[in-house]
Write a protein that binds this ligand. Structure first.
Ligand code: NIG
Ligand code: FE
Length: 415
């Protein structure tokens, strides 16, 4: 019996399916299981995965309009980047240089730079310009293998500008592969510095209802940090988001151990992100509640930190771990998930297999798309990469170059 396919990718040296017949994100030792089919192939039809198996079997059973010969290279699922701020008004290379000369990220922020610097520019920029820059970054991420990306608002810090950011993220969406998160509580803007309670009220009473009503975001996020939003404030904001139908996410324990991981577990958040200073109790609580830890090693690197999140401890403690770029103009100016995977190996002591699982299958669960993308399984979206390496370990080892040779997105060959 044969069934027609639009596309078959055949002759993969290693086809990484990320499929172990288990539902949910991978934890513990399972993060090292890439479900490899040697000499594998994948058949695609109508933007969906039709079948995965050995090349001889797939070729015989699925005659295709078009065939791509992977020539013994690695074939893997499209990468999912579950934490970015890639809609922003301007880059901040001046602040980067200040940091290189010795100023800290927090000093720059306290002096009115950082997120508030971006917020001032965000309010002045036109929709078109914002669009062009965001599209360019999205395209570059795609060419580096990122087929699904989460984008947060959070540079507007006023209702109209927050909505504008989410609309831009929606407009660059190619068929459900941009997940939108409302992050109005990213910082307290200039005009509310003396009355932060008033700003929190604006987020809860005005922004969240509008965002939910217009269906502009799936998640609500808060920058929970000593100098930004406290645990109590974060709880109020996230509870309001949950009540409005938004899933909860949290920038937690990034610069100081504030108990953000514990709060994420208590609220049943989908993910807690950053976690550089997470406590042992926080790790245990996340494992227990099944909260995905989204780790951002590129941010530790770009902030020049010696200290990385305890990623190894989290995997060994049973927390489902994902990786993301945190792409933003202040603390992580990159859209390249391959760089992030290498940095995770060096900064956390991950194996290549753990980094790949964290950047695909587990990252998909971190944005609520675990049943749709992140692994090569019949019925899922046909987001597939052909790399230029013949074994997957070389992806993280040979660093700072783009190993993606072919991107298939929704079943279509992008490059
Ligand atoms: O994820 N942590 C909060 N926000 C960003 C930084 C944003 C910026 O500096 O523009 C982050 O690191
Ligand atoms: Fe972030």
């Amino acid at each position: 019996m044969s069934e027609r396919a639009d596309l078959v990718i055949t002759n993969a040296g290693e086809l990484l399916t990320l499929d172990d017949d288990e539902d949910g994100p991978a934890t513990g030792a399972a993060m090292r299981n890439l479900g490899i089919v040697e000499g594998g192939a994948i058949a695609i039809s109508d933007g969906r995965i039709l079948a995965v198996g050995r090349s001889s079997v797939i070729e015989a059973r699925y005659p295709a309009e078009r065939t791509i010969d992977a020539e013994g290279h690695v074939v893997m699922p499209g990468i999912v980047d579950p934490h970015t701020h890639l809609v922003f008004p301007a880059t901040r290379e001046d602040e980067f240089e200040m940091r290189c000369l010795g100023k800290s990220y927090e000093e720059i922020a306290a002096a009115g730079g950082g997120i508030r610097n971006s917020a001032r520019k965000m309010r002045a920029i036109g929709m078109k310009e914002l669009h062009v820059a965001a599209r360019r970054l999205r395209r570059s991420a795609l060419l580096h293998g990122t087929t699904t990306v989460e984008i947060k608002s959070g540079y507007g810090l006023e209702t109209e500008a927050e909505i504008r950011a989410l609309e831009v993220a929606r407009d660059i969406d190619d068929r459900g592969d941009v997940v939108r998160t409302f992050l109005g509580a990213h910082e307290v803007p200039d005009e509310y510095r003396k009355n932060r309670e008033e700003y929190i009220r604006l987020v809860i009473e005005e922004m969240i209802p509008v965002v939910a009503e217009r269906n502009l975001a799936s998640f609500c996020d808060v920058f929970c940090e000593e100098a930004v939003f406290t645990i109590a404030e974060s709880r109020r904001i996230l509870e309001a988001g949950i009540a409005a139908g938004l899933g909860a996410k949290l920038h937690a324990d990034e610069l100081h151990p504030t108990g953000g991981a514990e709060l994420a577990a208590e609220l049943g958040a989908v993910s807690a992100d950053h976690l550089i200073r997470v406590s042992s109790a926080g790790i245990a609580a996340m494992a227990e509640a099944g909260v995905v830890a989204v780790l951002l090693p590129g941010t530790s690197y770009f902030l020049g930190m010696k200290h990385f999140a305890p990623g190894r401890k989290m995997i060994d403690g049973g927390v489902p771990v994902a990786l993301a770029t945190d792409c933003n103009p202040g603390s992580s100016m990159t859209e390249n998930m391959q760089f992030v995977m290498t940095t995770a190996c060096l900064g956390y002591g991950f194996t290549a297999a753990e980094a790949i699982t964290a950047a695909t299958r587990n990252a998909a669960f971190a944005v609520g798309l675990g049943d749709e993308v992140g692994s090569l399984v019949r019925g899922k979206r046909a987001d597939v990469l052909v790399l230029d390496v013949t074994n997957y370990r070389r992806l993280t080892y040979h660093h700072s170059v783009n190993h993606v040779r072919t991107v298939v997105h929704h079943g279509e060959v992008v490059t």
